[in-house]
Design a protein around this ligand. Structure first.
Ligand SMILES: Nc1nc2c(ncn2[C@@H]2O[C@H](COP(=O)(O)OP(=O)(O)O)[C@@H](O)[C@H]2O)c(=O)[nH]1
Ligand SMILES: [Mg+2]
Length: 724
């Protein structure tokens, strides 16, 4: 017999259901238990049997208590039992029953075709149930630096100092904001009902050493007046420069000359009298005192009686600027604060302030993975006047190219961030008239953005990405956070609808499995699908390395340099990521026609009433084809990312040839790109390229073709039956 344990929170739930209705002792007496028993149940000291628990709940007598008793009585055999307050508990229960039904069906039906369909439905159900089971979601803000991401994130989540008279709202953000290059790393904001504090993931020491090298080289080359990177000195992003200089006690200072002019004084060159890079870098590195920077957590101490939000603001700013003696350079900061706006829902939300985009055309792996993660709501921020920003269009364009547009559009939100009276500065296209209100200005701009999106995503029509304008200073922050949380709900609703469809398909299958009447329709489906040629991928379209080479030629020279000295691993130019998206784009292109034709064949039958009795099955087939296609693309991405890694990581001559191009005059990027082309086109690499090609073809067969053929095969008419 299957033993059903009571959930861990049985006691507290019982307490909540009883309170205000009955005294513990009265309830105990009404079911013939000892007076103190209920109190011991509620505290968790004593755990009743299922029957006793149900008897107690029924004795409470409310509808809610009865519902909880029913919940306890249900047996979850196929899925883990969700918590009682899980928002999709009923949906999950319908999955549980459907999977049960499929199990019975497999037992009772000898028909191989029905069995294959049962497998198809079951894996779809389990996939969707796993998605719904988890309540974790991320809301990730993306956008160019200084568009106002952090301000919008802080105001809308309520990560704010207490209101003060006369103080503008945008001045009260807990997170540091400023004129760009403000936040040193990705920041993750979470609601914590009890604690306030920070958790820091530091950069590894080698990474810090490389940054120190570049800062020092920049300082020396500025002095020497040379510019080794196509007219650019070496160096690191401003926010990293500032933090590292604070950490080593060598910040730049602004001073006034006797004539009243403001000039910046840099103490670093003084340390390098002999102009030797190695000596300067090792001196600076030593001054960082990394050995004492081991602290990764900072928590608010309530006994200090300071306001926790003020404490958090100061602590965050110190860590973000390298001013905390025992904390190293952050790679990621998690912020914990009491944020009822996030805690109100049952979802477990994290709000992410991704590192500002400083290179609009770069394809960043961190942004890509948030964008493509099925549990994340990407909030694509643009300045109001410039919306949609090129960086955002570039991201979406990348999604089109790798075939993830539809999924991305279904989750994303476009956020425009007007400042001051920008919304009143736009004009109606036709009349040239200014709007009468900000709201009207918002609408004019939203139409323009919609047009721009239509131009990149060929199938945007029904996706209807929400386009929201939000002025952090004057608009209602509650509306923004509600809109974002709503988006989470809408995304979950898509999965709920899929479950409902599949459950209906399971019911239909259970009824039909024994009928012979449908055999001829399935035979026709078989004939139609059989005719679609999907076995082979089309001819190679894009070589895997073309994307990375064109990125090298067009991105900022400092970006190319940073990537070269890190052997390809740099956020703005991650060679391995580009190889991944290169292979993924190739895979997408080479499977496009096959998938389109398969979808078209399914679509024709779905539009044809003759096939009505098998429409539910056909809908499931469409969903599964989509799933197998996405899986194939993801595998292609990983394949590209990983296939070249061992060879490239070992390719010391390549990396040093690239690095030695520094300081040889203009054309740095072109020369690096040429080294790469030579490396990839060298016969020594043909083995890896062939391997990628073979693996891609194999994966196409294994994850797409095999699944489709199994499905089609299940419809094969029995010998002797008629088919067309
Ligand atoms: N007037 C006005 N200024 C804003 C608004 N939102 C942000 N800012 C300012 O714009 C600058 C950049 O904002 P920040 O949030 O740091 O941008 P981020 O780099 O995208 O995170 C800061 O000086 C903000 O105070 C707004 O709604 N109105
Ligand atoms: Mg910011």
């Amino acid at each position: 017999m299957h033993i059903r344990d009571l959930p861990d929170d049985f006691g507290t739930t019982l307490g909540a259901l009883r309170q205000g209705r009955m005294k513990q002792s009265d309830l105990a007496r009404s079911v013939g238990l000892d007076g103190s028993t209920i109190s011991r149940y509620e505290s968790g000291e004593l755990i009743p049997s299922l029957a006793d628990a149900q008897a107690v709940l029924r004795a409470i007598g409310t509808e809610e208590a009865r519902a909880y008793a029913d919940y306890l009585g249900k047996q979850w055999r196929w899925l883990p039992r969700p918590a009682y307050d899980h928002p999709e508990r009923a949906v999950l229960w319908s999955v549980e029953r459907a999977v049960q039904r499929l199990a019975e069906l497999r037992e009772s039906v000898a028909n191989e075709g029905a069995r294959v369909q049962a497998d198809l439905f079951e894996s779809a159900l389990r996939r969707e149930a796993a998605y719904l089971q988890s309540l974790f979601h991320d809301i990730a803000f993306f956008g160019q630096i200084a568009v106002g991401k952090t301000t919008a994130l802080s105001t809308s989540t309520g990560l704010m100092l207490p209101p003060a008279p006369e103080e503008r709202r945008i001045k009260r953000t807990v997170l540091e904001v400023g004129g760009g290059n403000t936040t040193v790393c990705e920041v993750i904001v979470v609601h914590d009902p009890v604690r306030w504090g920070l958790r820091v993931v530091p950069h590894p020491e080698e990474e810090i050493a490389l940054s120190v090298n570049d800062i020092c080289a920049g300082v020396l080359s500025t002095r020497a007046g040379e510019a080794g990177l196509d007219g650019e000195p070496r160096g690191v992003p401003k926010e990293v420069d500032r933090a590292l200089r604070n950490m080593c006690g060598l910040p730049k200072r602004t001073v006034k000359t006797p004539e009243g002019k403001r000039i910046t004084v840099d103490p670093m060159p003084e340390l390098a009298d002999d102009g030797k890079l190695d000596a300067l870098a090792s001196e600076v590195f030593k001054r960082l005192k990394l050995w004492q920077r081991t602290r990764t957590e900072l928590w608010y101490d309530a006994s200090s009686r300071e306001d926790p939000a003020r404490w958090l603001r100061k602590t965050f700013a110190d860590v973000n600027n390298g001013r905390t003696a025992d904390v190293s350079l952050p790679k990621q900061i998690a912020v914990f604060a009491h944020l009822p706006a996030l805690g109100a829902k049952r979802y477990k939300l994290r709000v992410i302030d991704t590192k500002g985009i400083d290179e609009p055309l770069a394809d960043r792996p961190d942004l890509r993975s948030y964008l493509e993660d099925a549990r994340t709501i990407p909030v694509l921020c643009s300045g109001f006047t410039s919306a949609p920003d090129p960086s955002i269009l570039q991201l979406l364009h990348g999604a089109v190219e790798t075939g993830t547009w539809a999924a991305v559009a279904q989750r994303s939100v476009i956020l425009m961030l007007p400042k001051n009276d920008e919304a009143l500065q736009v004009k109606h296209d036709a009349s040239g008239e200014p709007p009468e209100s900000s709201e009207e200005g918002y609408e004019i701009k939203a139409d323009k953005v919609r047009d721009a999106l239509r131009r990149i995503g060929r199938d945007t029509g029904r996706d209807g990405l929400p386009i929201i304008s939000y002025d952090s200073d004057t608009d209602d922050p509650k509306q923004l956070i509600e809109a974002l949380v709503n988006r989470v709900e809408m995304v979950r609703a898509v999965h709920i609808r899929r479950v409902e469809e599949t459950v209906r398909a399971v019911e239909a299958l259970a009824e039909e499995a024994h009928k012979i009447g449908l055999a001829h329709i399935y035979a026709r489906v078989y004939g139609q699908l059989r005719a679609v040629a999907i076995t082979e991928l089309s001819e190679p379209a894009i070589r895997p390395f073309e994307k990375v080479i064109s990125a090298m030629r067009s991105l900022h020279p400092r970006t190319v340099w940073a990537s070269v000295v890190r052997h390809g691993s740099w956020n703005n130019l991650d060679v391995y990521h580009y190889l991944g998206t290169g292979v993924a784009a190739d895979a997408q292109e080479r499977s496009r026609v096959q998938i389109l034709e398969l979808e078209a064949a399914l679509g024709r039958m779905l539009a044809d009433d003759d096939f009505a009795p098998v429409h539910k099955f056909l809908q499931e087939a469409v969903k599964s084809v989509g799933y197998w296609r996405d899986e194939f693309r993801q595998i292609a991405l990983r394949l590209g990312r990983d296939a070249f890694r061992p060879a490239l990581k070992e390719a010391m001559p390549l990396w040093s040839a690239c690095a030695s191009e520094y300081g040889r005059g203009y054309g740095f990027r072109e020369r690096v790109a040429a080294h790469f082309r030579r490396w990839f086109e060298d016969p020594a690499q043909s083995g890896v390229l062939e391997l990628v090609e073979t693996a891609l073809a194999e994966q196409w067969s294994a994850c797409f073709v095999a699944n489709v053929e199994k499905l089609i095969g299940s419809l094969r008419p029995a010998p002797g039956a008629a088919s067309n």
